[in-house]
Ligand binder design. Structure first.
Ligand SMILES: Nc1ncnc2c1ncn2[C@@H]1O[C@H](COP(=O)(O)OP(=O)(O)O)[C@@H](O)[C@H]1O
Ligand SMILES: [Mg+2]
Length: 359
């Protein structure tokens, strides 16, 4: 099948105008998967993108297919000409900073391994987070022929509680310290708090605990940290084309072999479960309805999706078929009923094409 042109859904097209996209959420909700999918999709749609993962697990690198030998390299690793990934952590940022001050490696290593250093780090809360944000800011500042090297930087934060500490530190350091630290921290905080440049996105699943953690995170981000918020990504969404009542096995008639009947009953049961899940998730997500945020649903990936294909599969949820620009088809496109998705396609601005999903 020839490639079908696709455009970004409007909520993502709006995020694509920023420079820094942070992703926060409870551990296990699929934050890394969603951040990697967003980075992959933006890169495919013409944005030179850097994905930074801050928990040093190299999970995002693996999802994007960076070979394991490259995963521990210190600089951004190429996935494609327009997509790079950088794995780092507070500990790594601190050690790198120390090496900048003490370039003699054996000495800086000895310091890092000393007990006094461990005490110092423990006694300086927020230092690692501040240096890590400094690293993000350093990438944001990188220029090539006077143009930003990265169109957009996607940052996969650690699990919620800790991630807010990363976002809090620059302003806190500016207010607490004096001199050069305060000035540097202020410059970082200025980018973070600029709604033209930054959006903090929330990732949740339709489950009770992640939903309540998302409510709390939203409150802290807006009332306490006063940071610009982007979108609410709801991951692992179930969709049922038919309601549960339409999938009762008792509705089976006709002459079927025992095997056929068994197979159909099994499929109906799966469909029934999926329909029930869909109803339950609507109830579970209700507390998030009042949040004034664009919602981006991400479907449950098909079973057994391997790491390398899950991102490609989920990326389809972030794009929609572009309207056919040829004059012959424009008329018939206008006559078609407007679904929310087609009107989405008309408003998003960044375009590319990739293979359509197999039917
Ligand atoms: N949309 C999805 N459909 C199916 N499985 C998913 C989806 N998103 C994430 N997962 C799976 O959930 C697990 C946790 O995902 P991960 O991105 O590592 O979470 P987090 O970064 O929030 O801890 C992984 O096994 C991942 O493959
Ligand atoms: Mg993760």
């Amino acid at each position: 099948m020839p490639p079908v042109p696709r455009t970004l859904i409007p909520a993502l097209a709006a995020l694509a105008q920023k420079r820094l996209l942070f992703f926060a959420g409870k551990g296990g909700v699929g934050k890394t998967t969603v951040a990697a999918t967003v980075a992959f999709t933006l890169a495919r749609h013409g944005k030179k993108t850097l994905l930074i993962e801050l928990d040093d697990s190299s999970r995002a690198s693996r999802l994007l297919g960076v070979s394991s030998t490259d995963q521990h390299a210190t600089g951004p690793q190429p996935v494609s000409p327009s997509l790079f990934v950088l794995s780092t952590s507070g500990q790594i940022a601190l050690e790198e900073y120390l090496q900048l001050i003490i370039p003699f490696k054996p000495l800086s290593r000895a310091i890092v391994e000393s007990r006094a250093y461990q005490y110092f780090v423990a006694a300086a809360p927020g230092l690692k987070e501040l240096l890590t944000m400094g690293k993000v800011w350093y990438e944001e500042r990188k220029r090539e022929a006077e143009q930003p090297l990265w169109d957009i930087i996607v940052i996969d934060l650690p699990a919620t509680g800790h991630s807010l500490q990363y976002l809090r530190m620059p302003r806190a350091a500016h207010e607490t310290f004096g001199g050069i630290i305060s000035r540097e921290a202020e410059r970082i905080a200025a980018v973070l708090h600029d709604p033209e440049k930054t959006a903090v996105n929330l990732v949740t699943t339709p489950d009770e605990l992640p939903v309540s953690e998302t409510q709390e995170a939203y409150q802290q981000l807006t009332e306490d940290l006063r940071l610009p918020i982007g979108a609410l990504f709801i991951n692992r969404m179930h969709t049922a084309p038919l309601p549960a009542e339409a999938l009762q096995t008792t509705a089976l008639h006709g002459t079927l072999s025992a095997r056929e009947r068994q197979l159909i009953e099994l499929l109906l049961r799966c469909g029934h479960n999926e329909a029930m899940e869909t109803d339950i998730q609507t109830v579970r997500l209700q507390p998030l309805q009042p949040l004034p945020l664009p919602v981006i649903p991400i479907p449950f990936a098909v079973a057994d999706a391997a790491d390398e294909t899950i991102v490609e599969q989920l990326s389809l949820a972030l794009t929609t078929a572009a309207p056919d620009p040829s004059p012959r088809n424009r008329k018939s496109a206008r006559q078609r009923p407007r679904t929310p998705q087609t009107s989405h396609a008309e408003t998003s601005h960044v375009e590319t094409s990739h293979a359509a999903p197999e039917e």
